[in-house]
Design a protein around this ligand. Structure first.
Ligand code: ADP
Length: 488
């Protein structure tokens, strides 16, 4: 049965001298099926030596028949399958099991892997036992499963899912993660066109319904809408899709993607809010500056006693504008990672004393400094001063009723700790974790204080860059201590 190509281990084996004759007797029908079938097949002897392989198997393995015949299939098996495969072989050859089946992985000539369903059947010819094996290649299935898994993971990471609506059959198919996009932790299971539409808020539902009714013609769907989730929160989703035509040339179904754009929408809103706050914040000092300049213009020919006051007013407004602009520039520099420190050795107490002449000058507040006079640090003096100014300005702004502001310097282990303490209204505990976030303002709804919510964020970035720590201790009604440390 084995046929012409009998260069094999078994052939050269003197213990089986007559197999050649036996296989020459093989019937032609089997021979041609063996050679023509697309199922990779081989014939082995009791030694497990491959006597004969068909072209489908050589194609699968990438070796020629000459290379394979005379070897053992176990030589090609992936390590983790060898043991089990061997046990099955033994059960068949030694314990007389008529056949065995297993799924295994084999290594091809090009070192790539092939996944096969193996079926080996024992048969006898002239009292000699042989094994006939079919290796059914299902690598495509493994690869398909893998790529499907990868695709599903990628879709989930990108908060995206794919869907298909067959509007003729009202059939709705979707990938993993579709339910979660709509906020369902337990899958909804009965998705169809109506359930999809029902997720959207009234106006958006109407818009989407109108768009989907256009499916009868060619449609390029691009829709963003607001969804009310089962827990009552609002989400935004983006649906995109295209119609596909059936065999009759008419649009049959729509294939598309859906992704959660809540974050982007919130960021967009945040940005809009921020632009309007920033414009408002800039407008106030600019209006004051404009008024001072107009008055100065009026009296330029005959200056009177109002002149110094007007110049001072104009200067104050100018300082406010430049502080705001500087904050905005700092934030964008930090975002772009172009934020470099200019470090020098300096005395911490000296920087504190120099930081806030504007405070004592007004006479409304009183800065009291205490701490070790000789503490020197290696840091960016200008930026550390910026942090101090932020803390002190906040103390004046948010603790305006309390006159005294204490600044202390302490050496703790290998760090220096600087604290700015006020005796104002303090900050509620639940707001403290957010204080150093960008744009965060604890009194956003109070609206009585001006600001962009950037001062503490910028301060935290500066201290982080110095490998120090920043924090706050505060008690409502008692006051706040804003502090930072720098390594010595
Ligand atoms: P801005 O002052 O521009 O709002 P900051 O980043 O400097 O921004 O401060 C963030 C928020 O922290 C402020 O809006 C305010 O609510 C709160 N805050 C800061 N310092 C104090 C303080 N000393 N006392 C009470 N609240 C403060």
């Amino acid at each position: 049965m084995i046929g012409k190509n009998e260069k094999s281990h078994a052939m050269s084996d003197k213990s089986a001298p007559d197999f050649k004759n036996k296989f020459h007797e093989c019937n032609d029908r089997f021979h041609s099926i063996f050679n023509l079938t697309s199922a990779a097949s081989k014939i082995i002897d009791g030694d497990l030596t491959i006597l004969k392989v068909n072209p489908a198997l050589t194609e699968l393995l990438g070796y020629t028949a000459e290379e394979v015949e005379g070897t053992k299939i176990m030589d090609y098996a992936c390590k983790e399958y060898k043991n089990y495969w061997h046990q099955l072989q033994e059960a068949m050859w030694q314990k007389g099991q008529p056949f065995f089946k297993l799924d295994a992985c084999i290594i091809k000539k090009d070192k790539s892997l092939a996944w096969v369903h193996v079926t080996t059947i024992l048969f006898k010819e002239d009292d000699v036992s042989y094994g006939f094996t079919i290796l059914d290649d299902y690598t495509y299935r493994v690869n398909f499963d893998e790529s499907e898994k990868r695709l599903n993971m990628a879709l989930q990471y990108s908060k995206m899912a794919v869907w298909e609506l067959n509007f003729e059959k009202n059939l709705f198919i979707y990938s993993e993660g579709f339910d979660q996009i709509f906020g369902y932790q337990i899958p909804l299971n009965d998705w169809n066109k109506e359930t999809l539409l029902n997720q959207f808020m009234t106006e958006d539902k109407k818009r989407l319904r109108d768009l989907l009714s256009g499916v009868k013609n060619d449609l390029n769907l691009d829709f963003q809408g607001m969804v009310k989730t089962p827990d009552g929160s609002i989400k935004w989703v983006h649906l995109q899709g295209r119609t596909e035509k059936g065999a009759d040339g008419k649009p049959e179904r729509i294939l598309g993607t859906i992704y959660d754009i809540t974050k982007e929408k919130l960021a967009e809103r945040h940005k809009d809010d921020f632009i309007s706050i920033a414009s408002h914040e800039l407008k106030t000092p600019i209006t004051a500056l404009k008024a001072s300049l107009q008055l100065l213009n009026k009296i330029k020919q005959s200056p009177n006693e109002k002149l110094p006051g007007l110049i001072e007013q104009a200067n104050k407004s100018m300082i406010k504008v430049s502080v705001l602009v500087e904050d905005l520039l700092n934030v964008s520099k930090m975002n772009e990672g172009q934020f470099q420190l200019k470090k020098t050795w300096f005395n911490v107490l000296k920087v504190i004393e120099d930081c806030c002449p504007h405070v004592n000058a007004d006479g409304l507040f009183n800065i009291i400094t205490a701490g070790s006079a000789e503490t020197e640090v290696f840091a960016d003096a200008e930026r550390i001063q910026r942090v101090l100014i932020n803390f002190v300005n906040n103390a004046m702004k948010y603790a305006s009723d309390s006159r005294d502001i204490h600044i202390t310097v302490q050496k703790i282990d290998n760090n220096v700790k600087v604290s700015v303490i006020d005796y104002g209204r303090g900050i509620p505990t639940e707001k403290i974790p957010y204080l150093f976030d960008r744009y965060y303002r604890a009194d956003l709804n109070g609206g009585q204080y001006s600001g962009l919510g950037l001062g503490l964020y910028i301060s935290a970035e500066i201290i982080k860059k110095h490998h120090g720590e920043i924090g706050v201790n505060s008690e409502v009604g008692k006051g706040s201590e804003f502090w930072f440390t720098l390594p010595l």
